[in-house]
Design a protein around this ligand. Structure first.
Ligand code: ZN
Length: 343
């Protein structure tokens, strides 16, 4: 087993920063160290926990060039954040994370979660396929107001696509903020997220006119015809309706609606990541996936997270107790991932 199956197991595996570092090392170089500079394998560990390349002599730390690059937050705190993010079905708000980790400032907890959200969309991931419902809906409407208050912003238009399974149920979904509902916005949304050859179900909106030319089998469901048949026109596209209402409920629940428009897309990415793994048999596997994405992702700078950087990033405060987050006495990790790798 290369991921922890329970919170207890998680705590015993990752008691120290060295445990976390060793896991990242294994995740990043399962076949042994490979130099990121010259691409050659082989080297040796040097005193400060870094590797020295046998070929070019460059020193590389395990976290260099990953999401955890040059972070002042201890890796144990990072791993606990990843665990809470992944193991809780609906995720975690920045405020709960700050309280649970006893980290000094809200912005630190907020930035950790945003860094995790930033790794969730893997470039080159598979597009949706089979039968896919597509529609648009309005979401958000939160903006930072003057004097720190909140003012009602404009609602944003969000494209929603969801795979429909036979005889019932749904597959994966994608959500993306659109400039408007014109063909010029809807067509790129479709081609980014839906594989050609798929059957695409939409309403009769003219923005979807002609998408058969993009390689889709197009099924249009007319609201007017549904009304004439005595059916509820709001249930023409039950899949997108379901996904959109789940996403809105999640934003109001986990995040209490306090999502600013400029960050809505990253929350939608998190929602889709969760929705697409809702049937995952193990939360530990989701944790493993998040870590894998983080280890394979470039560092994310604070100024890329805050759309309007007015203040310099606050350095994370030191944890309340040394060796935090363990609040209970934890046994030394046996590093079971190493055995898993050898097996
Ligand atoms: Zn090298």
């Amino acid at each position: 087993m290369h991921y922890p199956r329970s919170t207890g197991e998680f705590q015993s595996w990752f008691a120290t920063d060295a445990d976390c570092l060793d896991f990242l090392d294994w995740l990043r170089w399962p076949g042994g160290f490979v130099c990121p500079k010259c691409g050659l394998g082989g080297g040796w560990a040097v005193a400060d926990g870094r590797y020295k390349c046998a070929a070019c002599g460059k020193r590389t730390s395990v976290t260099a060039g990953t999401l955890f690059d040059r972070r002042r937050t201890p890796l144990t705190v990072w791993f606990t954040a990843c665990w809470m993010f992944a193991a809780q079905k609906d995720g975690v708000s920045a405020l709960s994370l700050q309280r649970a980790l006893e980290i000094g400032s809200y912005p630190t907890a907020w930035a950790m979660l945003h860094r995790l959200r930033a790794v969730l969309v893997r470039p080159g991931r598979d597009r949706l396929s089979g039968t896919v419902e597509v529609d648009e809906t309005f979401m958000g409407g939160e903006e930072a107001g003057l004097r720190g208050g909140r003012a009602k912003g404009k609602k944003l238009l969000v494209g929603v696509a969801v795979e429909v399974r036979q005889p019932r149920g749904y597959g994966r979904c994608r959500m993306e903020i659109l400039a408007d509902a014109s063909a010029g916005s809807l067509r790129p949304f479709l081609t980014r997220h839906v594989e050609p050859g798929a059957t695409v179900i939409t309403d009769a909106w003219m923005g979807y006119h002609g998408i058969a030319g993009l390689g889709y089998a197009h099924v249009r469901r007319s609201q007017r015809a549904a009304r004439a048949r005595g059916e509820d026109p709001g249930k023409l596209l039950p899949g997108v309706h379901r996904v959109a209402s789940l996403a809105k409920r999640w934003l109001l629940g986990t995040h209490q609606g306090s999502v600013e428009d400029k960050h809505l897309q990253s929350y939608l990415n998190e929602f889709c990541f969760r929705f697409n793994r809702r049937r995952s048999r193990s939360r530990g596997l989701v944790f493993y996936r998040v870590l894998e994405l983080a280890a394979g992702h470039d560092p994310v700078r604070y100024r890329d997270l805050v759309a309007e950087p007015k203040h310099k990033a606050k350095p994370p405060a030191a944890p309340a107790q040394p060796g935090h987050p363990p609040s209970i006495e934890r046994p030394r990790a046996a590093r079971p991932w190493r055995t898993a790798h050898l097996a």
